[in-house]
Design a protein around this ligand. Structure first.
Ligand code: FES
Length: 158
């Protein structure tokens, strides 16, 4: 015979206790999911050496004075301006996002889409883009170059 308020006479658990356990289990599941989501979002979005992360570009002396080197994975041109002064220019055109090419003969970056031109230091020369090329932060640490593609500074208006 079943008593009032008891779910099952064999287990002897009241309905109130059953709801209490179910509520506790639901809260534990909710907290576990929330904790998992927070953990995933607190992880760095980009790994070292991937676009959006930090690139170790190599030793300073690896680059000739005045050289322009394309890092395809990082989508930037590294320009040695003199001594330990380097700039990293985002390869993406500031007009509609085509990939710029370095034209060694004419010493300009040119856009294959609408013909924009930028000087070696990324300064706007001609074409439809609204600003000069964007830049990434470059650090020299113990003669090693590190480019942070997570920190992009927009180019100056054309
Ligand atoms: S996308 Fe480069 S000029 Fe239009």
């Amino acid at each position: 015979m079943m008593t009032e308020g008891k779910v099952s006479p064999e287990t002897n658990i009241s309905r109130r206790e059953l709801f209490s356990y179910a509520w506790g289990a639901a809260m534990a599941l909710f907290l576990a999911e929330t904790g998992g989501i927070i953990l995933v979002f607190s992880m760095p979005r980009f790994k070292e050496g991937e676009f959006g992360g930090r690139f170790e570009a190599g030793r300073v002396d690896r680059f000739d004075e005045g050289s322009v080197t394309l890092f395809r994975g990082g989508r930037f041109f590294l320009v040695r301006q003199g001594g330990e002064k380097f700039i990293a220019l985002y390869q993406v055109c500031t007009h509609l996002g085509c990939l710029l090419r370095w034209d060694e003969d004419n010493q300009v970056y040119s856009c294959p889409c609408h013909g924009a031109k930028f000087a070696k230091d990324g300064t706007y020369i001609s074409g439809p883009p609204p600003r000069s090329m964007d830049r990434f932060a470059v650090e020299v640490v113990d003669k090693q170059l590190v480019v942070d593609t997570g920190q992009r500074k927009p180019g100056t208006p054309a």
